[in-house]
Design a binder for this molecule. Structure first.
Ligand SMILES: [Zn+2]
Length: 107
């Protein structure tokens, strides 16, 4: 019973994912990148949200019902998504360490 539900669910999620990819332009948003194959496209929060990971089906449903999903989400190919994630993490680390510096300065 449980397995059947999961299987049916993942098909529905795939369908939903394809719809959302279409809504977001069906290609990598990185300038000059031409990847558009649905299997390599990933949905990226333009402004990274830390500490809270929404289940993917929930995120997909939310995107589908948004008036301007492109303001909050973009598509990136796996490579560019990876690069952005690394950059975002670096930004957050820098931000945190700048906060620590403020602490030690007594500001
Ligand atoms: Zn790309």
């Amino acid at each position: 019973m449980r397995n059947v539900m999961i299987e049916g669910g993942s098909k529905a999620i795939n369908q939903l994912r394809l719809e959302v990819l279409k809504l977001l332009g069906s290609k990598c948003s990185d300038v000059g990148c031409t990847w558009s194959h649905p299997d390599v496209l990933q949905i990226d929060h333009i402004n990274p949200v830390m500490g809270y990971r929404e289940p993917s089906w929930k995120m997909l449903l939310r995107i589908k019902h948004m008036e301007h999903p492109e303001h909050e989400f973009q598509l990136l190919c796996a490579n560019h998504h990876r690069l952005k994630t690394v950059r975002d993490l670096e930004d957050i680390c820098e931000y945190k360490s700048s906060l620590r510096q403020l602490d030690t300065l007594g500001v």
